[in-house]
Design a protein. Structure first.
Length: 471
């Protein structure tokens, strides 16, 4: 989002979220007509809470432009840690805390790799997820870890669903603050910004918040899943496709930074409702996964449209982060950088703006102080050059006005020579001589006999034809 008009940029997202609200209401109504008992047994709230925390973590990482694709393996790890700690005699609260800390530790390691190397977060977290899955598989021996009956529960998930909604909406509102956005979204590539592979401290901050925070939320999702199912699975929880579909359908940009307020919460209701509706209708796993994939593609199209509209409504700034590199720099051959000639423009290698009238792209030079008398300048200073007026005798060169004696901003004229008039310098004269520059003329070929030639003057004549023709 831009820093000046956050509400203006939120407008397209709020329109889409109104559409999502209607879709969520339709899914809930259809699910209620199929089987109203799912609302009384609390299963709906459990599904929303488990999927919601995973989607909320993925959305956080996308907002900071550090997508965490390891949320599913991290959730499995947290669930396994929770089950083993409870089975060893720890209380539910202590086991819950240890599981979340384990997830946070994994996220912190991945975040440091991303933030210190400026490597793409999706690549780092994808590889890290494989390592986490292998570690859990080796620790469990490919067996399901059952949870003691005292720690199992099917109630109380409504509170966790409400916590998810508060965290998601509160985080969205927090990201609407310009200072927070500017601090945490330095990893988003911006047109005219710095090199994506260039490291900056702001990128480390964004990675620590995005990757570590998403791992913590994924750990909460894994613990809730273990409590609901009564055990820890050694395989992938399968939450990533559904969480990704919910995040994309909620309007969270895959490029980072742009997102709405209520989109993730409403999209989680839609995705989980459709998944539960298909389970009640006896739909197989393949059609259910196909439906999720279609919803994810629809979400991608929605993100594309929101990015397109957002760039027109409130375009992102090219230099939006502290310490970001400037835009294109002048290169050999006369390339003029963007913004040259504007007030306050600082070219490459200069520490102060270019004075008015100076050629674009040249470093600033010290000018005489405003208090200096006309025609006098302290050592090391000079008057700013006058602005060009028109083209000179040589194509492409500007013409400057003739200096006038005693005019402010010009050095004094030299004293007149003895016994003559003062030599007033004229434009386009050779320094030291006062003579006009000699422009060499093009040589003209002498006329030839025969019919008049249609060639332009100075063009070499064509050779006469040979006769008789060669055999």
């Amino acid at each position: 989002m831009t820093d000046a008009k956050p509400l203006r940029e939120l407008a397209p997202h709020l329109v889409w979220e109104a559409v999502l609200l209607l879709a969520a209401a339709g899914v809930v109504a259809g699910l209620y007509n199929v089987n109203a008992a799912v609302f009384t047994r609390g299963q709906v709230w459990a599904g929303i809470a488990i999927l919601g925390f995973a989607a909320c973590g993925l959305a956080l990482s996308l907002r900071t432009a550090t997508p965490n694709l390891a949320i599913a393996p991290v959730a499995v790890l947290a669930g396994w840690v929770f089950v083993t700690r409870v089975n060893d005699g720890a209380s539910v609260a202590v086991a819950f805390l240890l599981a979340v800390l384990a997830a946070a530790g994994v996220g912190l390691v991945l975040a440091l790799i991303v933030g210190l190397t400026a490597l793409p977060a999706w690549a780092v977290t994808l590889g890290g997820g494989f390592i986490v899955s292998a570690a859990v598989l080796d620790a469990t021996g490919a067996r399901i870890e059952p949870l003691t009956r005292a720690a199992r529960t099917t109630t109380g998930f409504g509170v966790w669903a409400a916590v998810f909604a508060v965290v998601s909406i509160g985080g969205a509102v927090l990201f609407a603050v310009p200072a927070v956005r500017r601090l945490l979204t330095a990893n988003r590539p911006v047109a005219g910004g710095d090199d994506p592979a260039r490291w900056r401290p702001a990128k480390l901050v964004g990675a620590l918040v995005g990757v570590t925070g998403s791992a913590v939320l994924a750990g909460v999702s894994g613990v809730l899943s273990a409590r609901l199912t009564g055990g820890a699975m050694f395989t992938d929880s399968g939450q990533l496709p559904y969480a990704l579909a919910a995040v994309l359908l909620g309007g969270v940009s895959v490029f980072g930074r742009r997102a709405g307020v209520f989109g993730v919460v409403l999209a989680v209701v839609v995705i989980d409702g459709v998944r539960r509706w298909q389970a009640l209708e006896g739909v197989g796993a393949a059609p259910a996964l196909l439906t999720t994939g279609i919803l994810a593609v629809v979400g991608l199209l929605v993100v594309w449209l929101l990015e397109l509209v957002g760039r027109r409504v409130a375009p992102l700034s090219a230099v939006a982060f502290p310490g970001a590199a400037p835009g294109p720099l002048p290169v050999a051959g006369g390339f003029v950088p963007a913004g040259a000639g504007a007030p306050g423009f600082v070219p490459a290698g200069a520490s102060s703006p270019v004075p008015p009238g100076s050629p674009a792209g040249l470093p600033a030079q010290p000018a005489g102080p405003a208090s200096a008398p006309p025609g006098t300048y302290p050592p090391g200073t000079f008057a700013p050059p006058p602005p060009p007026m028109s083209g000179g005798p040589v194509f492409g060169q500007p013409t400057y006005p003739t200096p006038q004696a005693g005019a402010p901003g010009y050095p004094p004229l030299p004293p007149p020579p003895a016994g003559g008039q003062p030599a007033i310098p004229q434009p386009w004269t050779v320094p030291g001589t006062g003579a006009a520059p000699q422009v060499p003329s093009q040589p003209v070929s002498p006329p030839v006999s025969g019919p008049p030639s249609t060639d332009p003057p100075g063009y070499p004549p064509a050779p006469p034809p040979s006769w008789p023709p060669r055999q």
